[in-house]
Design a protein around this ligand. Structure first.
Ligand SMILES: [Zn+2]
Ligand SMILES: [Zn+2]
Length: 133
């Protein structure tokens, strides 16, 4: 369950799936796209996710030669939810307005290529690349 929006509020969404786990990606693409140590996302099934407003305010960029795609607000540049998988939305955890006490990082991916200054301090499982890879 949750709702959130971008920094300027143009893009707003909600979902009714009781998500409790965050996936934190430490890869160089996610680092550049956020300007920090990576990105924390929750995975929500399409049918449990709804745009409240601003779907037309979203821009997307695909890294040439790859399938890697990023979604952001055209006005304020916040990363916003998007499909990296056709059936599911990847929702940046930092957009949530209320996340409660039960939400925590359960998986860290691409730990093998994380920034040297990025120190993981929780007990989420660590994977050198993607899960299962
Ligand atoms: Zn915005
Ligand atoms: Zn990544």
């Amino acid at each position: 369950m949750g709702q959130g929006q971008c920094s300027c509020g143009a893009v707003r969404f909600e979902f009714d799936e009781p998500v409790s786990g965050i996936y934190m990606c430490h890869c160089s693409l996610c680092r550049r796209s956020t300007g920090t140590n990576g990105i924390a996302v929750m995975i929500v099934a399409n049918e449990r996710f709804r745009w409240v407003r601003g779907e037309d305010a979203i821009a997307a960029w695909t890294k040439p030669g790859t399938q890697w795609e990023t979604f952001f607000c055209r006005t304020c540049g916040s990363r916003v939810p998007g499909h990296n998988d056709p059936a599911r939305m990847f929702v940046p955890a930092g957009l949530l307005e209320e996340s409660g006490d039960t939400l925590k990082v359960i998986h860290h991916i691409f730990v093998g290529s994380k920034a040297p200054w990025d120190v993981i301090g929780d007990d989420g499982a660590q994977h050198a690349e993607r899960i299962g890879g």
